[in-house]
Design a protein around this ligand. Sequence first.
Ligand code: FA5
Length: 354
Amino acid sequence: MTEEGNGAPAVAAARIEAQAAAAIGAAQTTDALAEAVTAVLGKRSDLARAHRDLGRLDPDARREAGRDLHDARQRLEGLAAERRGTLAAAERAAMLQGDRLDLTEVTEVLTPMARGRLHLVTQTQRALEEVFVAMGFTVAEGPEAETDWYNFEALNMPPAHPARSMWDTFYLDLGQPETVVLRTHTSPVQVHLMEHQLPPIHAVMPGRCFRRETPDARHLATFHQLEGLVVDRGITFAHLAGTLETFTNAYFGPDIHTRLRPAYFPFTEPSAEVEITCTICRGAGCRTCSSTGWVELAGCGMVDPAVFEAVGIDPGEWTGFAFGFGIDRCAQMRHGIADLRILDENDVRFLRQF
Ligand code: FA5
């Protein structure tokens, strides 16, 4: 062992070990560690050289120095193994991190998406249909654009009939002026049905209607009605009243107050309006019911013989009743919606309540 300036071999071993340990500890990668291990424990290392130099020492000193060098090598090899384990673990973790798939997009797709739902009016339409289907009615539909004949004339309103002004009409720019309209009610679907189907008829006809009116708490320019038509032998007003009561009980519950008020429609005689106690103020009077305590839900009556004649049904053999409920109004009263216009605003905070 060369002892230039280093005193005893034990001191030399301690110095070599300290330098080697520092080199091992400084390695930041497994590759750098391998190089450091070769440098401090390999054939050309100070440790190996000190081993080779042991021959120059006398036997006692050689034994002692040899043991010191052996112990130092053992400790350094242990230190290197430990450092290798730490660095390898860090490198594996870094590699896994680097190889990790970026699943961000997939995660976004998998996060529960806001689910859509049917608009309250659609839900209400289906609920009303269900009640009537359970009572034995079928469901039919008709066009939203109608000729004057279906919307007015076949319903006992010849041209210039004053009752036409009951409905502020949108005319379409089709054919002769004022001959094609956006239907103002679903009653024209009755006419289509009676043209195509022989009695007996028990049907409801839901659909969108259009009127040139300024929206307010109870009115929209585009709204929905559910028409009803029963044509059979021996049908009386009592059947109409019983059907309406069965419906209002099923849809609003038995506690709700309804009443029939005499009214006028050119296509029914006698005619009535179905009214319900305003569910916003419970009859006390409020802005929604124009302080009357009542809200009109439907028009109804016994089918006028003139309508049967227009569609070729013998009024001597058949009688019938008809009604037209406002679907939006039914939803309004059932859910206590003070202003109908909110149905058209598409505010999800409102819509997601239903
Ligand atoms: C009619 O439209 C008749 N066709 C109803 C009818 C059918 C009578 C069969 C006799 C036999 P009326 O214009 O009153 O009637 O409308 C019926 C219902 O539709 C109203 O009671 C109301 O609930 C609803 N309604 C009418 N106009 C609007 C509107 N602008 N906005 C929302 N709902 C409306």
